[in-house]
Design a protein around this ligand. Sequence first.
Ligand SMILES: *[C@@H]1O[C@H](CO)[C@@H](O)[C@H](O)[C@H]1NC(C)=O
Ligand SMILES: *[C@@H]1O[C@H](CO)[C@@H](O)[C@H](O)[C@H]1NC(C)=O
Length: 171
Amino acid sequence: MASYSTSSTALMVLSLITIASLQLFHVSSFEFQVGDTTGWIVPPANDSKIYNDWASEKRFQVGDSVRFRYGKDSVMEVSESEYKKCNSTHPNFFSNTGNTVFKLDRSGLFYFISGASGHCQRGQRMIVKVMSSEESPSGGGGTSSGSRAAVLSYGVFKLVSLMSYLAPYLF
Ligand SMILES: *[C@@H]1O[C@H](CO)[C@@H](O)[C@H](O)[C@H]1NC(C)=O
Ligand SMILES: *[C@@H]1O[C@H](CO)[C@@H](O)[C@H](O)[C@H]1NC(C)=O
């Protein structure tokens, strides 16, 4: 009986450590909220480039995601020529849930448009450039790397507090 409960405690501890480690590795990816608090809307007529302005200030890496928040609208990922023509007939990806997370699973360019009639033409579209992880940072994007560091140190903090909690069982 005693050896059974010891091994099940050890198993539990091991599982918790594994979960904590996974969280730690997971923080290398980052989620960006498109347009920040503005969300995904038709831009004002005198400021129609808000999304490309927003995206050009960010540093996107493979594995990051972009979250679109919107009302009665939609988001599509399309080809470059479809982006240029605001052609929404054959999107690679479509969502109209109001809260869409799109994972940037490769490097290169992603083209997003609104699928709502006339919205893309009025500037509700965005190009996201994703860097491969090998590309070294070269200026700009300071805010996103700062957030990454904060998330990472939070992950380390959680792991350390978990370890100290478990220490009596381990040693
Ligand atoms: C756009 O117009 C609004 C008023 O309609 C004004 O408050 C705003 O500053 C303008 N934005 C730009 C970028 O010109
Ligand atoms: C939109 O794109 C599709 C292919 O994705 C094409 O068949 C169609 O002709 C295009 N429509 C316009 C108006 O360009």
